[in-house]
Ligand binder design. Structure first.
Ligand code: ATP
Ligand code: MG
Length: 253
């Protein structure tokens, strides 16, 4: 192993620099974190998919043999992040040679595999010994997708990262962010925190977009679904453990 490669193996930030990315401070912290459970709540274009791709590739190269799974609400989105990961890999000049490659799969000679998956729970079951699960646009995935993938980490003690811009006060990402507990490493990055998003652009968009939409896309604010008749707070306030059900417990399914 060359010295550069040795350093990149030990330090994912050095690795990011090798593929031409100077990580932002929060990206550096994330890349160097040992957390097994990670949540990134970020503005649009903050750099969340980029840092997840770097993490996925670093895992495959230097924690071999590792299975890295990438999933998004739609396969097309998973392919996008997979493409940027393969682009970074290409810049390394076959540090670890390719075993086989397709639009959805990269297999390396060190035994690692990176797979882009469709965002459908039924077809994402069955993976074991997983090193890292990446769920991008996680606020828009079906809870069932998380439920299908998370158990694949049970034995391997692999890592999982969910990254997203907010999308309503609902779903697994919102629940983990607000109630997931301290085992989740949380990072929040608004557009104002991102050095590549000009303040003038944000001002322009603030004037054009509805305020809830602007705050959601750029300010990391979970807003109620604008089409819902009741807000999240209304529904929470209507729940009571003191009311005895009229007809006992109803079991569905
Ligand atoms: N540390 C960095 N240095 C330079 N460019 C970066 C860095 N991080 C991300 N970028 C660039 O910023 C742009 C947005 O990055 P990325 O797609 O990762 O953001 P995102 O948060 O996933 O955006 P979206 O919300 O649209 O999915 C890309 O062109 C990417 O190459
Ligand atoms: Mg992205």
């Amino acid at each position: 192993m060359l010295l550069d490669d040795f350093v990149a193996a030990l330090d994912p930030v050095a690795f990011a620099r090798r593929v031409g990315i100077e990580p932002d401070a929060w990206q550096r912290d994330l890349l160097r974190s040992n957390a097994e459970r990670m949540l990134l709540l970020c503005s649009r274009q903050a750099g969340k998919s980029t840092v997840a791709a770097l993490l996925g590739l670093h895992t495959a190269l230097y924690h071999a043999p590792a299975l890295v799974l990438l999933a998004c609400p739609a396969l097309r989105q998973a392919q996008e992040i997979f493409k940027s990961l393969v682009g970074f890999y290409g810049k390394l000049g076959q540090t670890v040679p390719t075993e086989s490659e397709s639009a959805l799969k990269l297999e390396l000679t060190n035994g690692s595999r990176l797979l882009a998956l469709p965002g459908v729970a039924q077809t994402t079951r069955g993976y074991g010994n997983v090193g890292l699960v990446i769920l991008d646009e996680a606020a828009q995935i079906d809870d069932a997708l998380y439920d299908a993938l998370a158990p694949s980490l049970a034995v391997s003690r692999g890592r999982i990262i969910l990254l997203s811009t907010p999308f309503g006060r609902r779903g697994i990402f919102h629940r983990l962010w607000t109630e997931g507990g301290t085992q989740w490493y949380r990072v929040k990055v608004t557009a104002a925190d991102c050095p590549r998003i000009p303040a003038a652009f944000l001002e322009e968009q603030r004037a054009i977009m509805p305020s809830w939409s602007y705050e959601q896309e750029f300010g990391c604010v979970f807003h109620d679904d604008q089409l819902s008749a009741f807000t999240f707070a209304d529904v929470q306030a209507a729940l009571s453990a003191d009311v005895v059900p009229l007809f006992g417990e109803v079991v569905c399914g």
